[in-house]
Design a protein around this ligand. Sequence first.
Ligand SMILES: Cc1cc2nc3c(=O)[nH]c(=O)nc-3n(C[C@H](O)[C@H](O)[C@H](O)COP(=O)(O)OP(=O)(O)OC[C@H]3O[C@@H](n4cnc5c(N)ncnc54)[C@H](O)[C@@H]3O)c2cc1C
Length: 420
Amino acid sequence: MSSQEVEVLVVGAGQAGIAMSEHLGAHGVPHLVVERDRIAERWRSGRWDSLVANGPAWHDRFPGEEFTIDPDGFATKDQVADYFVAYADKIAAPVRTGVEVTSVRKNNGRAGFHVETSAGPIDARYVVAATGAFQKPVIPPVVPFDAPVHQIHSNAYRNPAQLPAGAVLVIGAGSSGVQIADELRCSGRRVHLAVGPHDRPPRSYRGRDFCWWLGVLGKWDMVAPPRGAEHVTIAVSGAHGGHTVDFRALAADGITLLGLARTYRDGVMTFAPDLRTNIDNGDANYLSMLEEADAYVKRNGLELPEEPEARELGPDPECVINPILELDLAAAGITSIVWATGYAFDFGWLQVDAFDETGRPRHQRGVSTEPGIYFLGLPWQSRRGSSFIWGVWHDAKYLADQIAIQRGYLTYGLTGQVAR
Ligand SMILES: Cc1cc2nc3c(=O)[nH]c(=O)nc-3n(C[C@H](O)[C@H](O)[C@H](O)COP(=O)(O)OP(=O)(O)OC[C@H]3O[C@@H](n4cnc5c(N)ncnc54)[C@H](O)[C@@H]3O)c2cc1C
């Protein structure tokens, strides 16, 4: 079959692929976006039913378009998906859905890449892997899959009714784990929640959302996580109109908190004695943000209402004072485990020299070590905001600039000039 020729092939039409298309279009660079499912499929069908955006609508969006909901509200997952479908339409993004890329290989003796897809081969001068940061669910090998307890990853969780009757153990207390645990508790389940190291910024402080505070304090623009905090998850929630994640309050509402899950043997799980440390460190992170916010208000002479009550932390719950280090799942009535333990990369289709020995992309701000290959949507690609809606738009702009610069070099000798 003869190959279709494409200048830039963008793989994936989530927010990253749509942003890439916008910026390539602005440079007048011919391109095609291929998506194996539908536009923004992960927001449509890859999340639990009640999920809303973690950031308010004024923040979690692209600069060129506002949501049609209250800017301080939190868009539902379907509203986010609809937003990107409408956005792709507005910018006339050349998206071909239902096309899966199965391999990308370097051409022999000439520039560009040979791409195999479910709809036939494509010859592309440049390839942008816009397949995101959340590709392959990760479940740590703690509980064997044939153990007598139902196990799913948070990416397969939809709603409480999906789980067998009984208590639930949620492992992982980032944004997904705490929201799922809370939803299960509200539905009347008994819930245990294993809490690892986390940051828990205030949902709002002195009348401003944490997204605003992270912005003015320069924290979205941090280029790397603080040393030693690489595995610290961030616990925030837009559920119920948005609220600060407070583990003491979750415990007071009836959720039993545990430390990091360690081992499983004959129906008994063990947990690290680190719950208090994790809660204390989360509180310290929370309080330090209040300090920084107060200093910012003072430094800039802002008139934002004081909020001393934000510093009041509730009493330590019993499960923190006397931590449970061993739990017989059946005796506790636990019939399901929800692993909210994150995701890994899956670039098996990208068969080029662009990865280190652990399979992580080798790149600088998304520009791969393999010339002609670009990555978009990676965590911390250029900054903390990179894998989020607003941040990926800025990284896409940078990549489109780099591709335009490379194309400029190629015009040398043809036009006698290097276009920049
Ligand atoms: C539970 C959860 C909640 C989140 N909430 C927020 C939030 O509130 N605000 C925020 O800013 N961010 C949030 N994020 C982070 C991030 O915004 C989302 O994960 C977002 O979906 C990432 O967009 P993306 O385009 O980078 O990747 P994806 O949305 O994952 O899109 C990648 C696309 O590539 C396609 N694809 C993959 N492989 C191939 C292939 N070989 N061929 C063709 N197509 C392929 C996939 O089908 C997919 O549609 C959340 C993430 C999770 C997991």
